[in-house]
Design a protein around this ligand. Structure first.
Ligand code: BGC
Length: 379
């Protein structure tokens, strides 16, 4: 009798768990049987991705999904293995921040299994095997970098008789975003170069289409040591006989590495050039507040992660996504942002914000930093 009771209880508990699992597959409940979303992030040496990964996971779980994050250490072979493992575990959707084009084969495997892929922040090029991309307006990010430099250098009032000197850095040549950032910045800066008000020290790609010169200023895998070494070389070479007034740096991690190299040069001990970045990393916001770095671009990646999971949920439920705060690139004449080279995917864009000393509190007030960051930097 006692035994029968135990068997009955076990059966009832299993039935309840099974029901939970069934619910989970429509995204309604977390737990062992819930639908799995795989979150493949490119790297951890640029700190935003750690936040992206944890926010994506929390957002997916809050909608009743199971979610796992993997970081690829800027190694595409490693990321492809991680994606393979998500597929083996039965993931139904993948959110992928790629390292480089080599991701296309893993995306093709996902498509063969009927698994949807969302390109996250970085477009997946040379692939026709996915339909959605979610990111910020990256051309505008670059324009804000250019406008920050324009403002910091007071270019509107500068003259060709007393020109300003600038040198250029770009992001990783394997990351499509790096091209948009650079072209956005050059959209603002080129007219000043043409009029002789701004002089370029070192290589000058007028746009990212000048591949040879773009490669010279690009920073493989967004590596800070590479950018620092290149800045040191410039200081000892092309920039030896001038005083730089500005450096176009593509993100905060690289901006701070470049500033480190500049600070080690006696010429810049009292006055740093105007340096831009992006990502509103805590250390850069503190530097902007304290008069070091001049400008950054705040991309609220918490909002990006939330939007990506709203999109994922709609795809998994076969619904039409409605994403607060995002616009479809095709609705604002920017459908080329979704061009993979093999098809044009639906690209959703969020808005970036330019940050200088005047409004450095914006990301702090938006709750962008952890308690640890706030106490480290006294925010
Ligand atoms: C992202 C930036 C980031 C960079 C390096 C880009 O694709 O858009 O936010 O700083 O990668 O990780």
């Amino acid at each position: 009798m006692k035994r029968l009771l135990v068997v009955l209880i076990v059966l009832m508990v299993s039935a309840a768990l099974f029901a939970g699992g069934q619910q989970g597959s429509s995204g309604a409940a977390a737990g062992g049987g819930a639908t799995l979303i795989g979150l493949a992030m490119p790297e951890t040496h640029v700190e935003r991705w750690v936040k992206d990964g944890s926010t994506l996971k929390a957002q997916a779980e809050s909608k009743g999904y199971r979610a796992e994050v993997a970081y690829a250490d800027a190694d595409q072979a490693k990321q492809n293995q991680q994606i393979g493992s998500f597929l083996t575990q039965g993931a139904r959707l993948l959110v992928v921040g790629q390292v480089n084009d080599g991701v296309a084969s893993a995306v093709a495997d996902a498509a063969k299994d009927g698994v949807a892929v969302i390109a996250y922040d970085r477009i997946i090029q040379n692939s026709a095997d996915y339909d959605y991309y979610i990111t910020f307006n990256n051309f505008k990010v670059g324009q804000f970098q250019g406008q920050g430099l324009e403002q910091g250098l007071n270019l509107k009032a500068a003259t060709a008789a007393n020109p300003k000197y600038i040198t250029f850095f770009a992001g990783s040549p394997t990351d499509g975003n790096a091209f948009f950032f650079f072209d956005g910045a050059m959209d603002i800066l080129n007219p000043y170069i043409k009029s002789g008000v701004l002089k370029v020290v070192g290589p000058y790609p007028e746009t990212s289409k000048d591949t040879a010169n773009f490669q010279r200023i690009a920073t493989e895998n967004w590596s800070a040591p590479i950018a620092k070494a290149r800045m040191e070389n410039l200081l000892a070479g092309d920039a030896r006989d001038v005083t730089l007034d500005a450096v176009l740096a593509p993100n905060d991690t690289l901006a701070r590495a470049i500033i480190e190299a500049l600070r080690a040069d006696a010429k810049y001990a009292d006055k740093l050039p105007i340096v831009c970045g992006q990502d509103a990393e805590a250390a850069s916001i503190a530097s902007i507040r304290d008069g070091g770095q001049y400008v950054t671009v705040f991309k609220d990646t918490g909002k990006l992660a939330e939007a990506a999971i709203i999109l994922a949920d709609a795809i998994l439920k076969g619904q039409t996504p409605s994403i607060p705060g995002a616009v479809l690139a095709s609705d604002i004449g920017l459908s080329s942002i979704g061009d993979t080279g093999k098809k044009t995917v639906k690209a959703y864009l969020l808005e970036p914000v330019m940050i200088t000393r005047d409004n450095y509190k914006v990301p702090i007030d938006a709750g962008f930093y952890t308690a640890q960051e706030k106490s480290t930097y006294n925010f």
